[in-house]
Write a protein of this length. Structure first.
Length: 144
């Protein structure tokens, strides 16, 4: 099930108005239940109260625009510390933290590298000076 980009953009505005950042929006079927799941976060980590506030505001917005997708359950939560990092923005959020990254080397073999992320651009740059070309990155995770 695909969400309209306009709806996602408006939800992103609601999330940002509360001082948070939209991490992901999913709309899917789970058995007989339709779930609309929103993941949001802040630099300090989102609290339960902030998620509840976001849930109310997003629900009000969806009611205003007559979302019209039938019955659904709205869930708002943190993406969690074990979230998968895939986009450049995901990696930018974790600069200064230890990560583990899976990537393909020049021989197209899958490799893994871990370290403290220093910067993100065309390459992921680690504090020890090692770099991984961003276009070769498959995924990453925070090391906990």
């Amino acid at each position: 099930m695909k969400l309209d980009e306009k709806i996602i953009g408006e939800i992103e505005k609601v999330v940002e108005s509360c001082g948070a950042e939209l991490y992901e929006a999913k709309y899917f079927q789970a058995g007989k239940t339709t779930i609309f799941r929103i993941f949001a976060d802040t630099k300090e980590g989102i609290t339960l109260d902030e998620c509840a506030n976001l849930s109310r505001k997003i629900s009000n917005y969806l009611d205003e625009v007559d979302f019209g997708k039938g019955e659904y359950t709205l869930e708002v939560s943190s993406p969690g510390i074990t979230r998968t990092l895939t986009t450049q923005r995901d990696f930018e959020r974790v600069i200064g933290k230890e990560i583990s990254v899976n990537f393909r080397n020049d021989a197209k073999n899958t490799r893994k590298k871990a370290g403290v992320l220093k910067s993100v651009g065309e390459n992921l740059v680690f504090e020890n000076g090692e770099e991984v070309e961003f276009s070769s990155v498959l995924s990453g995770k925070l090391v906990i």
